[in-house]
Design a protein around this ligand. Sequence first.
Ligand SMILES: Nc1ncnc2c1ncn2[C@@H]1O[C@H](COP(=O)(O)OP(=O)(O)OP(=O)(O)O)[C@@H](O)[C@H]1O
Length: 357
Amino acid sequence: MEPPLLALDDVHSGYNHHTIVHQISFHINPGDICSLLGPSGCGKTTTLRAIAGFESVSQGSIKLADTLLSSPKKSIPPEQRKIGMVFQDYALFPHLTVAKNIAFGLPKQASKAATIETLLKLVNLTGYEERYPHELSGGQQQRVALARALAPAPKLLLMDEPFSNLDVDLRRRLSEEVREILKSQGISAILVTHDQEEAFSFSDKVGVMKDGKLLQWDTPYNLYHEPRSHFVANFIGQGHFIRGNAISPESVATELGELTGNRSYNWVVGTPIEVLLRPDDVIEAPDSPIKAEVVQKVFKGAMTHYHLRLPTGSIVESLIPSHHNYEVGEQIGIKVEADHLVAFSSPTDGNKPSVPL
Ligand SMILES: Nc1ncnc2c1ncn2[C@@H]1O[C@H](COP(=O)(O)OP(=O)(O)OP(=O)(O)O)[C@@H](O)[C@H]1O
């Protein structure tokens, strides 16, 4: 089996002898595109900077293929790591043309004109060679930054919030386009973002961080459907927890009836449990004895996203086809249709995730 392209093993890193990120371990395979996702200040940029070689590692190791890049005893300088970087603020040289900005990333002896032409074609900026950064839009400047980062043919590209200065529409389009460019060239990348939608659509794997720790490194699908902690479940996607009690290894009694998953949990019968219900788990059911009051509705086109209040005051969300229109204050019949449970023993119970048997 091919070795991972990048492997972080128990990495601790920070600033001025103060450890900010702890026990970070993950690996990425050649061609994989990944993201680090988490709230502000959780240590995403610090992790990225440690991979780039701008911050030292006080414990653990970082390897690129077979090369040890960082350990407490060794640190290869950033410029020798064969890793490219793209920053939020583009960091282009304002006094240099597009061509010269890109050439800056090329080795001295390289046949520059041909490479620049190829790179500009790749990022869809053919003909922009002689423009200056101030003559370009934000999206175009970020494409130039990408071309410059790709110029030395890095094995890995690190991107720190590269799209966050762009308006929503453009950032979606550009992130899709950059993903296609990277995939077409087989370039691995790690994106730092706090935008979950962006992380999901951009990445093969996503790492969710909190307080300097990596809580889960997984596919977007698993993060959404199989979050391993209360925090990840909450941070990823929409939905609400409702409370219940375990009545068997697979089932929980809740105010929405008995909810049964597709596997057994090692909880003790009677344990207070919180079950996550995503908006797609709660469906309208006019004949259901369970009624909920519409407290908020957001029209999404094909679907309307409702916030519904249950008789106990708990809130659940539901996506309902928009031609079935309900008004705020109206009571509607609902039921749960979920093929698996995302359930944790209640936070009062130590906030421990329930472990499947
Ligand atoms: N140069 C620095 N010196 C000292 N502490 C720093 C430095 N840079 C960041 N920190 C601290 O390290 C912690 C993690 O910061 P980091 O930038 O890695 O978080 P982040 O997850 O990327 O956040 P954001 O999404 O806001 O960019 C923060 O508490 C921050 O204050």
